[in-house]
Design a protein around this ligand. Structure first.
Ligand SMILES: Nc1ncnc2c1ncn2[C@@H]1O[C@H](COP(=O)(O)OP(=O)(O)O)[C@@H](O)[C@H]1O
Ligand SMILES: [Mg+2]
Length: 342
């Protein structure tokens, strides 16, 4: 791919559309299109002045460096990066299916087990690659950071903002990060943690896929932490939605959400679990038949985006910044296109 940082003005290369695809902790993501090749793209726009302190600046650099080193079918690809006076623009492979949380919220009902198996298989592949080959712990695995292709057949892991590469000096991290709902219990003990936090988060993601709810949710932070550390799963005792879900799925969730990292199932062992598709058959790569939803499925159990989003609302842009962003309305750009070609 060559150089990741492209010299010059992004607006000479891409049209960026105003309406955001999504908002995250540190920036907004917009759809864009390459002016020459017409290739669609996602552009993550980060305001530089939010990264005045060295720690945050380092965080952005780390996200870019990490993504640069990653090439995998189930991880979004970093294409190029532009820097202007006030912004950093990270051009990422566009996933037109949106993120998994949006998908669940729009449906208002859980995914089928078949679809969940496929997605979980893909996420396990992505995590195995990151952990084993790249020595990277993602640390922020959650539905908002799992993106879908337009046909919704493939899931791609995104948002490496919090991930970190393991160094040979020590295999633990001491930083507390991530949104509460997906944090593994060992993180709260401040004794250091490792790859196994991603496995825990995978269990939370599976729980969310099948029930559109979080396993250890509580509006009061301390209570939520206590629930995570206790790790007690209740399934249909508290939510009838679990009644129609297979024993195998619940068993796998139990094995993943083991509060003791040493006893938690590993990524390799997950493939041997009876709920999982055969890895050899690569079931998760085959076409997915249209999923029919049972008529009696409990619907409209909509969940809110995780609290952390609201805590990091970006400041509104001033006129100077808006001028530098030069965003275009999509309709406007398309009608210009018609004029040019027609
Ligand atoms: N490549 C992409 N294609 C489509 N949507 C995206 C893409 N990248 C991000 N998004 C949307 O933007 C949101 C925020 O992006 P993310 O990289 O997670 O930023 P943050 O670090 O701020 O959380 C995602 O949850 C998703 O909805
Ligand atoms: Mg995110």
């Amino acid at each position: 791919m060559g150089q990741v940082y492209t010299k010059g003005d992004i607006h000479d290369h891409y049209i960026i559309y105003e309406k955001p695809l999504g908002k995250g902790t540190y920036g907004t993501v917009h759809e864009g299109v390459h002016k020459e090749t017409k290739k669609p793209i996602a552009v993550k726009v980060l305001k530089k002045d939010r990264f005045k302190n060295d720690k945050l600046r380092e965080k952005v650099r780390r996200e870019i460096d990490l993504m640069k080193a990653i090439k995998h079918d189930y991880v979004v690809n970093l294409e190029e990066v532009f820097v202007s006076n006030k912004f950093v623009f990270i051009c990422i492979e566009l996933c037109t299916g949106g993120d998994l949380l949006q998908f669940l919220n729009e449906r208002g009902r859980p995914l089928s087990e078949l679809r969940s198996k496929r997605y979980i298989g893909q996420v396990v592949e992505a995590l195995t690659y990151l952990h084993d080959e790249k020595k990277i712990v993602h640390r922020d695995l959650k539905p908002e950071n799992l993106l879908l292709t337009g046909d919704k057949r493939t899931i791609k892991l995104a948002d490496f903002g919090l991930s970190n590469q393991l160094t040979s000096e020590g295999n633990n991290f001491f930083t507390m990060c991530g949104s509460l709902n997906h944090i593994a219990p060992e993180v709260f003990d401040n004794k250091g943690y490792d790859f196994r936090v991603d496995v825990w988060a995978l269990g939370v993601v599976l729980f969310v896929m099948l029930s559109v709810s979080y396993p250890f949710d509580d509006p009061i932070r301390d209570k939520a932490v206590a629930k995570i550390k206790e790790g007690k799963l209740t399934f249909e005792q508290t939510d009838p939605i679990w009644k129609r879900i297979s024993m195998e799925a619940k068993d796998l969730i139990q094995l993943i959400l083991n509060t003791e990292p040493d006893q938690r199932i590993t990524l390799n062992q997950i493939w041997d679990h009876p709920w999982m598709p055969e890895r050899k058959n690569k079931m998760h790569k085959q076409p997915l038949d249209e999923i029919k939803s049972p008529k009696d499925a409990k619907i409209n159990k909509v969940m809110a985006r995780s609290m952390s989003k609201a805590l990091f609302q970006a400041d509104p842009l001033n006129n100077e910044e808006l001028a530098e962003l030069k965003m275009t309305q999509k309709e406007e750009a398309e009608s210009t296109d018609v004029k040019v070609t027609g």
